[in-house]
Structures are given as C-alpha cells and as structure tokens.
Design a protein around this ligand. Structure first.
Ligand code: THU
Length: 161
C-alpha cells in the first residue's frame, strides 16, 4: 500500500477591487442576480453568473420551494440555463456570491456538493477547466482553478460503460 496526498491551489483576492476587470464585471452580475433570489425560507440569497467562451453571461439565483428539496441552488439554475441557451459553448468561469437577511456573510460562499457535481459534468464534457470565483456579500474573493480541484475523487461518466 501507499499513501497519496492531494493538493490544489487557490488564489485569494483581498476584495473585489483586486479582481481583474472581467471578473469584477462577472461578480457584479452575480451580486445583481442574488437580489432576485427567491429565498423566503432560508433568507439566504445566492447569485451566480456564468461566463461563456462566446462572451455571454448567464445568471441564476436560488429558487426555494415550500417543499424544501424541490428548490434549486443558484449555481445549478445558472449553469443549466447556460446549457439550455448555449448548448456546447464552453463555460470559462462562474462567479458565486451570497447574502443573508439574518447575518453578514463575510466568508466566500462555496458551492454545495450537488452543485460541484453538476458543474463538474460541464467541466468534463468541455475538457477545459472552469474557474470559480467565490464571495460572500463582502470581503475576500477566492479563485478556484477547476471544479475537479474541489471535488476530488468525483463520480463521472467513465463509470457508466
Ligand atoms: N444555496 C445555493 O443557492 N447554493 C449553494 O451552493 C448552497 C445553498 C441555497 C439553497 C437554499 O435556497 C439556500 O441557499 C440555503 O441552503
């Protein structure tokens, strides 16, 4: 037997002002999107903005439901919408931000496991990494270079033969 260590690199920006302009624009779209979240149960509003290789930006926000599991996270709303509108166009980056009516979200909002799995499918299909930019409502922004980095040992289509 042997042991294996996995590691990956993050880039931490001290705030929005430090981001490259294109990503600042993308994050500002995510901030605008989060304002339209339908989150009457959690009061936790998430916005996501997807940048495509053709330059288009597609947004999403969380859509909750009185039957809680029937709701959907912002990231999947955005990524599925991008897939529906621009099939086959690779995704370059996804900006994610969250705010809450109950407290100040000063920690970067990381996608849940289901959203990581869903975005990984797109990353694998396009064979190009998707960069993620994660932010709370204020504070630092974390850049992840690939979804696979934050979902190691992921399940993918190679198992289904
Ligand atoms: N939520 C997202 O939109 N994205 C995530 O990655 C985590 C959670 C939403 C789902 C639900 O509407 C609320 O945040 C609280 O879980």
């Amino acid at each position: 037997m042997h042991k294996q260590k996995l590691s990956f690199e993050l880039t931490i920006f001290n705030g929005l002002a430090e981001l490259p302009k294109e990503m600042r624009v993308l994050m500002s779209e995510a901030v605008a999107a989060r304002k339209n979240a339908y989150a009457p149960y959690s009061h936790f509003q998430v916005g996501a903005a997807v940048l495509l290789e053709n330059g288009k930006i597609v947004i999403g926000n969380n859509q909750e439901n009185a039957s809680y599991p029937s709701g959907l996270c912002a990231e999947r709303v955005a990524v599925f919408q991008a897939g529906a509108l621009y099939p086959g166009v690779p995704i370059t980056s996804v900006a994610i931000t969250a705010t809450s009516k109950n407290h100040v979200v000063d920690t970067p909002a990381a996608p849940c496991g289901n959203c990581r799995q869903a975005i990984l499918e797109y990353e694998n299909r396009q064979k190009k990494p998707i960069t993620l930019y994660l932010m709370g409502e204020t504070g630092k922004v974390i850049q992840c270079n690939a979804v696979a980095d934050i979902l190691p040992l992921g399940f993918d289509s190679s198992f289904l033969r």
